[in-house]
Design a protein. Structure first.
Lengths: 310, 310
């Protein structure tokens, strides 16, 4: 199975309002509630692609129960979340009906006690011992989790022989990269914060020197740039895609993991990542992907580059 | 006991952000979660004043469980809520740290099935049969509840010999007033919507002609205007009170009910309502009241009027 780790899981709420005006009162016309946090989103896409997937991380409170109730209904997905005393955070996306623009409100997440972090590490080791084909470490750290957490989890996965993808930002990314993950998938802002460079190719190469074996930089609507030990590629969607980019990065991570466990060549992995990402932007519900669009897009992703230029 | 009815209960969340900007992403620095809906707020204040109080209305889902968990911890308060299949709504107050201003997002509430409305009516009759000193009917109606609901509940309370206060707005208020409640407590907007008049005294007198035995019109920071069969009064706080007006109207309702069941003369009931309302505005947490401020204010409320001018 593929293991995704989401230390700061979330109950994601999407609210529809006519138009958000600060300091006014709004009637929410529609509420959608679903399990969230980057690794949970990745797992949902992997399960939809037919991969046996296990989610771990922390869960707690009434929000956590609501999240687990919904996770339990997804075929192919196993819940290995670790209970904590605090409550799973909510994130709220307030969508303006008039403009389609979104205002985001993110709760910080529960305070994690040292014993809870210890219980998670035990569970993570158990899951790795049970046989894992790939690990994805995703998203922000809740309060109380040490900033070097991902470095530790990268090393444990590598020691267990599981390839590991790291998708986070800031200091947790900086420390995690130094532990030599197999793959990172930063966007241009995260890459610039890590390396100090706003030039994508230079920054991607620099991120590899800092420890990442392979770097797939997400360039938003322009697709991805991959610099790997096997070569260097650009993958681009056929046209500019319109829609809601929420979850597009998580779908790209799922595409990369799916291609990795199936041992596809890099160009095919990148095409899968870009097609899934674009099909997520096109889907009417935030964070879902449009399966027909995905299948049609897959053959239409342009991948350029070669296997000697890394 | 005093019975408060909240058909559209809520889990009230207060979020603190630096400054709300539409279409941006915000980190919430602080989350406060508490049981809400107007009648629940009224019951909390009544219980704090030492009155045995029962809350009824609808409750459901994970949000409903979270609300009940917190209600269970309030001494003097009995939970007689009726379970429904839908989930209790959330309301979110987003407070700007910089300005102190609040942006409000209100979910619509669960769809109530006809059988669920029937189950509520049975429970309400049971509670009335058990002996009730006063009934408060508070707030908006969730989807599926008939717009004439409050008229029906007013008549049932009066048939059981319980004095009944109605605090709602729009068409549910219009229909409820026609059923002759003992008391309504509209604010100036609600009163204008009911009567078509923006002149408080004229509108208050008109509301009585429409069926309310007594009308206590809330004039915001200027206190209240009461027109009753026993006389007509104005009650005013000693100075303009600064703070958060969330819940001030619900505290005024609690003050009126508390004075009613203790058979206080109208001037004392009104002083209690205005002092509780002002002490709620002054409290640091939205919807709580500052007990010391309440006790100090009580003797300083100016009540003018007389018993013959109704």
């Amino acid at each position: 199975m593929i293991l995704t780790v989401t230390l700061n899981t979330a109950l994601d709420l999407t609210y529809r309002v006519r138009s958000l005006r600060p300091h006014a009162s709004h009637r929410v016309s529609d509420v959608v509630e679903r399990p969230g946090g980057k690794g949970v989103n990745v797992a949902r896409v992997l399960a939809a692609l037919g991969h046996e997937t296990t989610v771990t991380g922390f869960v707690g409170g009434a929000t956590g129960r609501a999240m687990r109730d919904q996770l339990g209904g997804i075929p192919g997905l196993t819940d290995a979340l670790v209970p904590v005393a605090g409550a799973t955070r909510r994130t709220i996306a307030v969508v303006d009906e008039l403009s389609g623009d979104t205002t985001q409100l993110n709760e910080p997440g529960p305070q994690i006690a040292p014993a809870e972090w210890g219980a998670f590490l035990d569970r993570y080791e158990e899951l790795l011992d049970g046989g894992v084909r790939a690990v994805a470490l995703c998203g922000s750290l809740p309060p109380g989790v040490p900033v070097g957490a991902y470095a530790h989890l990268v090393r444990a996965a590598r020691a267990a022989g599981a390839p590991v993808l790291l998708d986070t930002s800031g200091e947790p990314l900086r420390r995690g990269v130094a532990a030599r993950p197999d793959l990172i998938k930063p966007n241009t802002d995260e890459l610039a914060e890590l390396t100090g460079s706003h030039e994508p190719l230079r920054a991607t190469q620099d991120a590899r020197r800092r420890g990442a074996h392979a770097v797939v930089a997400s360039l938003g609507a322009d697709g991805v740039l991959a610099v790997t030990p096997e070569g260097r590629w650009r993958a681009t969607p056929p046209a500019r895609i319109h829609g809601n980019p929420t979850g597009a990065g998580d779908s790209a991570v799922a595409g990369l993991l799916s291609g990795l466990v199936q041992r596809l060549p890099w160009p095919d992995r990148l095409a899968r990542a870009v097609a899934l990402s674009a099909a997520t932007v096109m889907a009417p519900a935030a964070g879902e992907f449009d399966r027909d669009a995905y299948e049609q897009l897959l053959a239409r992703i342009s991948v350029t580059g070669d296997s000697s230029a890394a």
